[in-house]
Ligand binder design. Sequence first.
Ligand code: ATP
Ligand code: MG
Length: 194
Amino acid sequence: MSALNPSARPAADLAISFQDVVKVYPTPKGPFTALDGVSLSVEQGEIFGLLGPNGAGKTTLISILAGLSRPTRGSASVLGHDVTADYAAARRALGVVPQELVFDPFFSVREALRMQSGYFGLKHNDAWIDDLLASLGLSDKANANMRQLSGGMKRRVMVAQALVHKPKVIVLDEPTAGVDVELRQTLWQFVRCC
Ligand SMILES: Nc1ncnc2c1ncn2[C@@H]1O[C@H](COP(=O)(O)OP(=O)(O)OP(=O)(O)O)[C@@H](O)[C@H]1O
Ligand SMILES: [Mg+2]
């Protein structure tokens, strides 16, 4: 993936800004350039869709925004907070629904959401957790172990986890993969209204 929007700017009022981001992965066959100078910006209130074929670099770009991967060059920010220099503020402003299902099989749904809240210093978050579970049709699974959920239900928990700290900026990586029509509509409704 290379330059998408050369006019991108690192302004504090932008929801998301990427400035000339390069990502080179070391591989046994030598360096592999996944991102080659990507610049783009997303305004607050904007719904932005990043489309591209498999391997285009979408997840790599999102990983950089979430601080899970470091750019080889360039910078990224969330609401004006640089994802490297001002990591904690950038991460607090951002909720990410990952492409892959990542969960701890030893916890119940509620425990997983309490744990995620704890990462953001939120000790008494159960009222919001209950709201999220109800909106995502998971109230009756609150005490079920993560292992006991279907694939689509696990993805719903991923959505709840991303929203547990009420982030201002939300990124969904392949949000509708493996989800039923009902959750698809719930997600789009949520994206439009919030
Ligand atoms: N850790 C890694 N090491 C080496 N190469 C990687 C690594 N992670 C991703 N890549 C490569 O970077 C490129 C971009 O991958 P990425 O997962 O960002 O694509 P994507 O646009 O999200 O694709 P998809 O639509 O399949 O989810 C791919 O060629 C991939 O093989
Ligand atoms: Mg991907």
